[in-house]
Design a protein around this ligand. Sequence first.
Ligand SMILES: [Zn+2]
Length: 498
Amino acid sequence: MGCAEIISLDEMRASQQWQRLRQDLHESFDKWLDGLQEQLPQLDTTLAQVSEHIWQRRQELTGGLMETIVSHAHADERHRQQAACPRCDRRLSAGESASRTVATMVGAVQLERPYFYCRTCRLGHYPLDDKLGLSKGRFQLDVQQVAAELAIELPYEEASKCFGRLSGISLSSERLHTLTHQAAEGLRVLDVAPFREEMDRLVAQVAAGRFRRPVMVLGIDGAYVPSRPESARGTRPGQGRKRARGVRWKHEWREAKGCRFYLLDGDRIVHVLSWHRVQSQAELGDALKAVKDAGLIPEDTVRLCVVCDGADWIWEHVEVLFPNACQVLDYYHCSEYLHRMAKVQYENPLQGHEWVEKTLTRLYLGQVGRVLGGLKRLKPTSEEAKKAIDNCWIYLHGHRKRTQYQSCRRGGYPLGSGGMESANKFICHTRLKRSGAWWYETNSNQMLALRCAKYNGTFDQVFRRYQNRLSEAVRNASCSQLEISSACGRCLFVAVGG
Ligand SMILES: [Zn+2]
């Protein structure tokens, strides 16, 4: 009986609280209406005009609602007298109150809250900011994430305009650049890779109703990234335009080496994992090893196949990391190679063409031995042709077990590395190859990491990691570490808050 009364008392309290909040929300809405009334257009206005009008003021409306809810939920924080130091747990007395405005996707919120400073730890904090999980700076993580999602698709200036138009939040292209790259700092392959559970889900989806295990393809390749050297960096920030006019540096094309795992589902490709980066051959090998060691590749439920061009370093990694995978020399690279040789050997293009067709047919039928023998017997027509024939022999001999195109086809394996070429395009080229864009290595790699995360379906995961990293940094930092020469002369905690 008593229990029932307590519940009803709680319910009553909750209902009273809600009634009060509701009243305040109405007030906030009324205030917004007052503003609207002042600027309301003529009554005979078009729908587009009304829409535009409300669109312009929507952030005020939703921001106001949010501010009301937050101030209700944390009403006691405004007058908080004491708090424990997050480091040493000492009881601290409230210092001066400070006001801070933060921007979220639904509008701005102004917060009024007291500051607590621990002299022993030299650490200051705002308990309300911790409770609300605020990130430093004006723009909260929801804004940062949406803005970054746009910035990895469009050049910063365009993204900034588009973001302002769509969200009603003004974010300069410089700020957008900074926020995007901060979120991508230090991302490694495992940070942007999907979890094993997700891999298993994709495999199960493709395997459903099939007799054979699905084919998972690994492609490895390089894509050129327009780059500028580190020496092009000026000492002063914000001098980009000036610098670009009087460039003293020379642009260069650097290779972003990447890998892509994907599943074959009939004629369709199901993307699994991509990792692209301006990096050395060894670094790409390390990334592949990290993926393998983390147990991300379900080697027991798929038939793994590697399709690549003839670069030796690629196959060296494959032999070590995935020795049981079916290896395929990309058919089109192989064909290109043969055409180049034939061009040197045969003066008559038709004859050369015939030779290539015959050779490819033999390879297709698994007769690489006969092709190699034929090359040995071929009479070179010139010194240059002799060299080309020798090279061709070395090339095909080196890849002899990778040219069994017919049996590959029967096994349902791909002959071409189109899936990898396409990843080069949608991950690297579409964003990095823009007219006039030359990227610093760090920036291009951070952009690539975010674009990989997008296609790997781990963009949210990356931002959760970023949020955790930020709160950890705040927990571990002491005032002395964060001291900055801001106008207020106090530590960062105050600088970002006040
Ligand atoms: Zn302390």
